[in-house]
Design a protein around this ligand. Structure first.
Ligand SMILES: [Zn+2]
Length: 679
């Protein structure tokens, strides 16, 4: 090598490296986009062991999950087979494909966006009819269909990016798009026969149906149609789904909480408690730890496993047998720990581990490839569950506190660090946590599981999504599904904003764009004989009775302008029933007019009463959350005039009550949002 060559070499190398870096960065970018999408679209459950429903096989079961199978390029459902109590995967047979909508017509796309037609995933263009609620008119849209979800969105060169500004409903994840179009109600029973999916209609007795219809006889037709649809959700039986709870213990020095991402310490115990009565206690053999004496309260035999690898393998075998796996903090600890421990420290191949991790902006999620994982910690942590359903009964979300609240039983008290316990004590301690976790879903006739299934039906979310995501996602999903079912276009937030403009009242609360609720300054002193007047779900009632919805407030019909909303320049539609008013109103009325009294009906059995109580509770959660969600700018159907109108009418109701009290000589000593304290 000459000196020249020698001097040139590193430069060339650097240059090459630089080029590589650029390409790599681009690739990386694409990978990132792809990964993002893969995380959105449920990752492939490639090494499936469970039987996929085969041609001609018939099946009856409850749909628990919906996803996208990349290998087969089809949407799939996880169905809990009522006969075998196993989870079956069913691949779509309708030929449904991913798509987005465009306001450009077919010719415009052909001539001005020819790159769309050249896209490797492009399938076809179709003209379809939709209804634009905001402009109150039917519209023609072009359905741009692709062969796979990534061609629609998620990559730099996706069709969505080629049609930027003219593309609608392109942000909806494919498996959701599929579920909306096929009007699949997760949590409901379906039948598969000749490879076709059909809902199983619940039997509602004529007397109940008549009784309910009578309560709603003055309502408009839209209302009755929706009533018919929703009634099924509450009267379809809910099976007791086979499930197992598990818990792990990890060796730790000085009782530090081990880092699940690193998983550096040994897993020393794994226990299971199933609805079928299964109890297993697997502990790792450790030379420096004694077996100890059997604990009399422990209901399972101690199984001492020779190696950590064997321990995990056995655990995987047990988990495989249950359609639903329950954990308490499994997303951030137990399953995550096993995953990293198995792969990074014990030499497992990814294909041998039935767990995979995904990341959402909020947190990490641990999924199981062949079953559903519910992390109860996340469910009890949900504000709507904690506050609305259980009125802040538990002060924190630890297993100990939640257990004591619902089961009157907390964790086993330890006098020594976990790592110093003898094997019998360790096993008992760990099993007790699994039992508590299971019991949290079985107490009171499976109250929590029934609540989860009912909420899935109302919101159309999968079990994994419902138990992890916040109430804003619940309502978003519910309303997207209802829009699709009626062929209404789902408006982009900017579209609502553009047509419905800015707020008019001055914000009273900092950070809010509109004026909030009324607060009557408390009269100081000790008061006796105070009566509290409470408006039952004030905001949801206002939404219903005033027909508030993003499309009805400040609608485009000249004749509606007379129908003014107090204290605001806004008006509300007299011609059309608003979609938000319709759904929230229906749920509220069902609760108040029917289910609430049924829950107290002494004529029916305790079990039935209990079921009605849970229905009432599920409705309450959704209804109570509705205003908070509609009033939040982060909600995609947020409409400022609606938020303003709701609080304005609320203030008006309180003010009028105050005035009436003054006339009657009653002192209002305090008031807040939806209640007044009278003396
Ligand atoms: Zn109108």
């Amino acid at each position: 090598m000459s000196l020249d060559q020698f001097l040139k070499r590193p430069q060339e190398k650097r240059k090459q490296k630089k080029e590589e870096e650029v390409i790599f960065k681009e690739l990386e970018q694409e990978e990132v986009e792809k990964l993002k999408e893969e995380k959105k679209v449920k990752p492939k459950k490639e090494d499936l062991k469970k039987p996929v429903s085969e041609d001609g096989e018939s099946l009856e079961g409850i749909i628990l999950d919906v996803g996208y199978d990349g290998q087969n390029a089809k949407a799939y459902l996880w169905i809990y087979d009522l006969n075998t109590q196993t989870l079956k995967k069913w691949l779509d047979t309708s030929g449904h494909l991913p798509y987005l909508l465009s306001n450009l017509d077919v010719t415009e796309i052909r001539t001005h966006h020819a790159n769309v037609l050249r896209h490797r995933g492009f399938a076809e263009l179709k003209t379809i009819k939709k209804f634009d609620l905001l402009r109150d008119r039917p519209i023609k849209m072009t359905k741009v269909i692709a062969r796979d979800p990534l061609s629609i969105g998620g990559r730099i060169n996706s069709i969505r990016n080629m049609l930027k500004g003219n593309s609608w409903e392109d942000y909806i994840r494919y498996h959701k798009c599929y579920a909306y179009d096929r009007q699949i109600v997760l949590g409901m029973p379906y039948q598969i026969r000749d490879n076709k999916l059909n809902p199983i209609q619940p039997e509602i007795s004529d007397s109940i149906r008549t009784q309910i219809l009578k309560l709603f006889e003055s309502e408009k037709e839209e209302y009755l149609l929706a009533l018919d649809q929703f009634l099924g959700y509450f009267f379809s039986p809910i099976p007791n789904i086979k499930r197992v709870a598990f818990d792990i213990e990890v060796f730790s020095k000085a009782d530090r909480i081990p880092d699940a991402g690193k998983a550096e310490e040994q897993i020393i115990a794994i226990t299971f408690a199933g609805t079928d009565g299964l109890k297993r206690v697997l502990v790792l053999k450790r030379d420096d730890v004694e077996k100890g004496e059997r604990i009399s309260e422990c209901e399972a035999e101690l199984e001492i496993v020779a190696s950590e690898r064997e321990l995990i393998k056995e655990a995987f075998k047990i988990l495989e047998k249950y359609p639903i796996v329950l954990s308490y903090n499994g997303d951030n600890f137990d399953l995550k720990y096993i995953y990293h421990r198995a792969i990074n420290h014990l030499g497992f191949q990814k294909a041998q581990v039935p767990i995979y991790m995904t990341t959402t902006p909020q947190s990490e999620v641990a999924h199981l490839k062949n079953n559903i994982h519910i992390d109860l910690y996340k469910f009890f942590h949900n504000r709507a569950i904690k506050i609305s359903a259980f009125r802040n009964m538990y002060s924190d979300v630890s297993l100990d506190t939640v257990g004591k609240t619902f089961l009157e039983e907390g964790k086993v008290c330890l006098e020594q660090p976990i790592s110093e316990l003898c094997l019998h004590e360790l096993g008992y301690y760990c099993l007790h946590d699994s039992e508590l976790t299971l019991d949290l879903t079985t107490f009171n006739n499976n109250l929590i599981m029934n609540l989860i299934i009912l909420l899935m039906r109302i919101t159309r979310l999968s079990m994994e999504d419902l138990t992890r995501q916040g109430v804003s996602t619940w309502l978003r999903n519910l309303f997207y599904a209802e829009h699709r079912a009626r062929a209404f276009i789902i408006p982009n937030p900017e579209y609502i904003q553009r047509l419905k403009g800015e707020a008019s009242t001055k914000a009273m609360i900092k950070g809010k764009k509109y004026k909030g609720a009324i607060v009557v300054k408390p009269h100081p002193g000790v008061h006796f004989n105070v009566v509290v007047l409470d408006f039952a779900s004030l905001y949801p009632s206002i939404i219903k009775t005033w027909n508030l919805s993003y499309e009805t407030v400040n609608c485009k019909h000249p004749e509606c302008k007379e129908n003014k909303i107090p204290e605001t320049p806004h008006w509300v539609c007299t011609r059309k029933v608003g979609i938000m008013a319709l759904i929230i109103g229906l749920l509220r009325d069902l609760r108040v007019k029917y289910f609430k009294s049924k829950a107290k009906d002494k004529e029916i059995s305790k079990d039935e009463q209990n079921m009605y109580k849970i229905i009432t509770q599920s409705l309450k959660i959704i209804i109570n959350a509705s205003y908070g969600v509609f009033g939040s700018e982060a909600f995609p159907l947020f409409c400022l005039p609606v938020a303003e109108a709701t609080t304005a009418i609320g203030r008006d109701a309180i003010t009028r009550t105050q005035n009436r009290c003054a006339e009657l000589g009653i002192e209002v000593i305090y008031g807040d949002t939806d209640s007044v304290f009278l003396k």
